[in-house]
Write a new protein. Sequence first.
Length: 116
Amino acid sequence: MELIVSAGIGALVATGIYLILRERSFSVVLGLTLLSYAANLFIFAGGRLSAEAPPLVLDAVAAGTALAADPLPQALVLTAIVISFGMTAFLVAFALRTLAETGGDHVDGGDGEGRR
C-alpha cells in the first residue's frame, strides 16, 4: 500500500513540475494544482495508512488510543485544500487578466512567435 501511494505522489510531483515549466499559463495553473494534490496526499499519508484504524474512538480505555487514526494530518489536509482552492482561483483570475491585457496566455507575456 505504501509503495502505491508513494509512486502516486511521485507521479503527481513529476507531472506538476513538468507542467509548471511549460510556457502557457493554463499549464502552470494545472501544474500547481497537481503539486497541491501531491502535498495533500503526502500529509495525509503521514497520518498512517491503515484500513483497520477507526476514525473515531468512542471508548479510549477499551479500544486503546494506539488503534485510532491520527486526526492532525486530516485537519491539515482540509486546511490545505481550502488554501489550494483559493490559490487556484487567484491564479485563474490572474491568467484571465493577463490574457485580456496581452492577448496571449504565455507566461512571459509574449505571443510565442519566433520560438521553436
